[in-house]
Design a protein around this ligand. Structure first.
Ligand SMILES: [Zn+2]
Length: 300
């Protein structure tokens, strides 16, 4: 996006928010029954590479956390599942925070979240922990180390929840049933052995519509998980299949006001006009799931 366009967008978002239009818009939407919650998906918080669809700078992450703590009701992932499954009315501005993929910078992100009193769940592919393994999409980038098991235990000590993201970051859309089962149960066992905590939730790698075969979905509960999350589909709304809830990858926003408007649901109409709604994305899955999705949804 060119500089003047970015400045205009920031100015419009600020005007929308501070004029009271955002509040009116939100109130009317709720009055007419538009209710939703959000499960946010982060990957890395680092200054080693520029911000992109997977990367938030450390400064921006601190700003985001301060805004989320002040302007939203941030709850544990389990609370989102509980509200959905109980069929309770979805409270306004309610969201959960999740991270995928075991980047070492997640430990510092934990400390920032902790400073702001924000809960979060971290989904880890166990074979990457304490290893030099590099994700396929990171080849050619500056080194970004993985978490160690000591880091993971420190995250648990700080009060954060660990979930499974398989052992090998496997694409469950193409592996055999036996392999899918092995990825599900072995990762859970390893995480529980290493942390001493129950592992309740599962995030399937790549997270797109075609990265989890429908016939494998029952395996998630059979393996002992209480639920799973994808990486597409946008906001959590009433009537969804509550075994696998959607997440909203955190895009790169030019301003906090823009992010707040987006998470408050005030920009749905705009993205609908642009044909960039979450439903649109779900119908047109992307080749690399969560990663290309994040790029696709980047608002720069
Ligand atoms: Zn992943």
């Amino acid at each position: 996006m060119t500089g003047w366009k970015a400045r205009v967008r920031v100015a419009l978002c600020g005007a929308y928010k501070y004029s009271g239009a955002m509040w009116t818009h939100e109130s009317l939407a709720r009055l007419f029954g538009h209710r939703f919650m959000t499960i946010l998906l982060f990957h890395r918080v680092t200054d080693v590479i520029p911000e992109d669809g997977l990367t938030v700078s450390t400064t921006r992450f601190r700003q985001m956390c301060a805004m989320l703590a002040k302007r939203f009701r941030v709850v544990p992932l389990s609370e989102i599942f509980r509200i959905v499954r109980a069929g309770e009315p979805m409270p306004p501005r309610t969201l959960a925070i999740t991270f995928d993929d075991s980047y070492h910078d997640n430990l510092n992100a934990c400390r920032v979240l902790h400073d702001h009193g924000l809960p979060a769940t971290f989904f880890l592919p166990t074979s990457f922990i304490d290893s030099q393994r590099v994700f396929e999409w990171d080849r050619g980038l500056p080194p970004m180390p993985n978490l160690t098991w000591n880091d993971v235990r420190e995250m648990v000590r700080l009060g954060f929840e660990i979930g499974s993201h398989t052992v090998t970051h496997a694409n469950l859309g193409i592996v055999s049933r036996e392999q899918a089962w092995d990825e599900l149960i072995r990762s859970k066992q390893i995480l529980e052995d290493q942390t001493g905590q129950p592992v309740r939730w599962f995030a399937y790698p790549f997270g797109g519509q075609h990265h989890l075969r429908p016939e494998y979905v029952p395996l998630i509960a059979e393996a002992g998980y209480e639920g799973a999350v994808s990486a597409f589909g946008g906001f959590v709304t009433p009537g969804l299949d509550n075994r696998v809830l959607p997440r909203e990858a955190v895009p790169y926003f030019r301003s906090l006001a823009h992010l707040e408007l987006y998470l408050a649901g005030c920009l749905n109409w705009l993205y609908a006009l642009k044909g960039r709604t979450s439903n649109e994305l779900a119908r047109n899955p992307w080749p690399y799931g969560e990663h290309a999705r994040a790029e696709h949804h980047s608002l720069t």
